[in-house]
Design a protein around this ligand. Structure first.
Ligand code: ATP
Ligand code: MG
Length: 361
């Protein structure tokens, strides 16, 4: 069986370091490993519209931002198909048929949808499209016969829902769809990176992000104003590293060689954490170190972005060509689905033959 990746992002803003450690960095590694037969990376504009119906311009403007973030992180159109969800109408058709296989109560139990409804204050007015987006996500994944979906932890319930739809489809209509596996980050801190405000998730919609395209000065300013341990008032006070976003970011980003380069007082993060815990290490010193670590990761991304920004029409062209390739793949799956569901009337000569026999008698 081919090994195929499908994953993507909503064009609701520029991509942030949470996306980077949660999924984007891994995608680039997987792309360059050569271990996959096909890689599809989707800009999920149709999904973004499910909770931004009144802000089409926001979605439109952010397509190019997300595409630039992809390219500057190293996604390579020669190796990965970069495409725009709304340009693949076959995905809507698949969603429509999958809707028959999911109950309303099952959707209501989806923990990610539940918390996103709360976050968006949708309690009394949930758009139907938003409520059903896990089904459309199942269409996205299965349309490309994806075996592997590299995502952050918040997407686990979506992949589980997709797997259920696949099992149900295959049991009713016969083996047609592929059950995908989720690929979560190995590093626990990367599963769901918190915001700079200490909130549980860095999220475009919450405005608590360090963006991949932020300037060096913006990144420094954001890091220096980060939330830390509220009880660590004086340098000499013992501090807490658990739940402290500055240390969670260090868990996500720093490697031992960063200490030799930027903070030779310590060999590794464990030593720095121990000093913070017993007292005597100030927040400013830790934040300065974190700033150096993150800047060293973001500098090459920022540089590459500048290059791609010089030829925006070429970036749109990459997306257009990718969308054509993606559409072909999705159309092939839709044909399989329709024939499994027995709604392929005109290319089924046997059906036409047997019906004409029936009416002859
Ligand atoms: P929105 O608020 O519009 O939903 P978002 O910031 O949650 O935006 P998405 O486009 O929904 O971003 O998510 C894209 C991918 O990035 C998903 O795989 C998701 O799991 C991952 N991701 C998003 N935020 C984080 C985070 N803070 N930590 C780790 N992974 C994340
Ligand atoms: Mg999200």
């Amino acid at each position: 069986m081919s090994k195929i990746i499908l994953t993507g992002d909503r064009p609701t803003g520029r991509l942030h370091v949470g996306h980077y450690v949660g999924s984007l960095k891994r995608r680039v590694e997987l792309q360059n490993s050569g271990a996959f037969d096909k890689i599809f990376i989707m800009i999920a504009d149709a999904q973004a519209l499910t909770d931004n119906a009144e802000h089409p311009e926001k979605v439109r403007q952010n397509i190019i931002e997300v595409a630039l973030d992809y390219l500057s992180c190293g996604l390579d159109p020669a190796k990965s198909t970069l495409f725009i969800q709304s340009q693949i109408p076959e995905l809507c058709e698949l969603s429509f048929y999958y809707m028959n296989l999911v109950t309303v109560s099952r959707l209501q139990r989806n923990p990610t949808v539940k918390s996103e409804i709360q976050m968006r204050n949708f309690e009394t007015s949930i758009p139907v499209g938003f409520f059903t987006y896990p089904i459309s996500q199942a269409a996205d994944i299965t349309a490309f016969k994806a075996t592997t979906v590299p995502v952050g932890e918040d997407q686990l319930p979506m992949i589980e829902q997709t797997r259920e739809i696949v099992r149900k489809f295959n049991s009713v209509y016969g083996d047609t769809l592929i059950e995908p596996d989720v690929l979560l980050p190995d590093n626990k801190a990367c599963l769901r990176l918190p915001g700079i405000d200490g909130k549980a998730k860095m999220s475009k919609s919450l405005g608590n992000c360090i963006y991949l395209s932020d300037t060096e000065a913006d990144v420094r300013q954001k890091i220096m104003s980060m939330f830390t341990d509220p009880n660590h008032l004086k340098v000499s006070d013992p501090g807490q590293v658990e739940g402290n976003p500055v240390f969670i970011y260090l868990d996500a980003f720093c490697r031992d060689e960063h200490f030799a380069e930027f903070c030779p007082d310590y060999q590794n993060l464990d030593e720095m954490k121990a000093h913070y815990t017993r007292g005597g290490l100030g927040d400013v010193k830790v934040k300065k170190f974190l700033n150096n670590v993150i800047q060293s990761e973001l500098a090459p991304i920022r540089e590459r972005r500048k290059e791609f920004e010089k030829d925006i029409p070429a970036v749109y062209d990459i997306l257009k060509k990718g969308s054509e390739v993606a559409r072909e793949a999705a159309a092939a799956t839709l044909a399989d689905v329709k024939s499994a569901m027995k709604i392929n009337y005109f290319d089924d000569l046997e059906l036409i033959q047997s019906q004409s026999e029936k009416f002859k008698n």
